[in-house]
Design a protein around this ligand. Sequence first.
Ligand SMILES: C[S@@+](CC[C@H](N)C(=O)[O-])C[C@H]1O[C@@H](n2cnc3c(N)ncnc32)[C@H](O)[C@@H]1O
Length: 480
Amino acid sequence: MGKMAGEMPLKKGEEIEITIQDLAFGGQGVARLNNWVVFVDQALPGETVRARISKRRKNYLQARVIETIAASAHQVEPMCSHFGECGGCALQNLDYAQQIAAKQRQTEDSLKRLGGFMDVPMAPIVPADQLQFYRNKMEFSFSRCRWLKASEMGSDNDLQKEGLFLGLHARGFYDKIIDIADCRLLDPQANDMVAAVREFARQSGRPAYSTRDHQGFYRFLIIRRSKQVDEWMVNLITREYEAQIAADFTKWMTDRFPQISSLLLSTTSKQAAVAFSEHETVLAGKATIDEKIGDWIFEISSNSFLQTNSLQAVKLYEQVRQDAGLRGQETVYDLYCGAGTISIYLSRDAAHITGFEAIPAAIDDARRNCIRNDVSNCAFVCGDLKDLLTDTEAQIAQHGKPDVMIIDPPRSGMHPKTVQAILRLLPERIVHVSCNPTTLARDLQIFCKTDYQLIKVTPVDMFPHTAHIEAVALLERKKH
Ligand SMILES: C[S@@+](CC[C@H](N)C(=O)[O-])C[C@H]1O[C@@H](n2cnc3c(N)ncnc32)[C@H](O)[C@@H]1O
């Protein structure tokens, strides 16, 4: 029998019975037991579970479900067969309305707790229309270790612990891979492509790379499928280039998948597990694929960032447009501009837009995309923003003083030097797009301490069934 509230103290290894009250940021169930906050992995709001305490920290407990005593009223059938094992769509057994309600609360909660905003001006979350096959890009990893279910342990399948596997990371493991066969995020045809590449790699006799000993050949497979244009890019990333593998892989894939418009073989010598092409060879077709966001067409190369949910990107960019409140006269800076998508999307609304971005291939794409879309009032600067904006006077002399700034940093947020540079440039409005409520709260707190007021925060659900949260925050300069 599990411990009920009131029977303190609680120790690691003890069993408790608990009803989950909410979802915490990251997707864990959260409940209160006396004065403790208890995080329970893979438990849904409304579910009553028997759980074992796996960690006891100063102000919270971590627990693992042993048994569900009463199911949540919001529980639904998961859509894919890898649910529970895969680190991908942790929320797919929770009703979608509850998923987005939790994301709304989590965004507000982060801004309160971490940003010190007592009264957060939250707008309702913008839901997604498409809940399956909504991604335009997936990265799969090769590994020598397959993740085994508990039921497979100790059986003949142990032999498969070492081999060549290709798929997604098992929940909580950086080196164990689920040999994915049924992913519902990209496209059903992508599952066939993953299976074909896995088979090719196995037949080639070359091993998967391992981050344990940094030996091996096959590293990543990136598949992109543009949703509005229907083009496919397949990029196999290996440790080094081999002409015979390149020739065999070209035949293998083009025979099976004539729909691929860009077939690439790339290499990376980096030890970090980051699917990035250092050297790229076009095996068949072209080096980029086309995708549409709204009325605009974008050429995207393998290393360029593109919002991974093309349909929902329109809603995200419309929110940015609404918050930016442009009237055709403004000078705009688009920080972390990727392939220039936001700049070009807003180009008809502003006098001039300058985009800043670190990846050279993305800047090349941005410039080409201006030509493709007949846009002449955007310019792009390549470099690390923490260095680019150091000399703010020089930036103003070259690109004008920004009236409005769009900021869309990576998950790690902005470098402190960039934040300080923005505070020297002092645009009237800042539209801050963020995929991480934690770093968003930190950055907004700094802006609002001195010069800005937080006007509105709108979460946009770009990633249904996952714990990821995207939000657009509007800041206006304080009138002193
Ligand atoms: C979240 S993406 C946003 C891209 C773009 N705004 C869009 O909507 O497609 C962040 C971008 O910031 C770039 N980036 C990351 N760190 C950077 C830095 N320190 N300086 C400049 N760009 C950076 C990345 O390469 C990536 O293209």
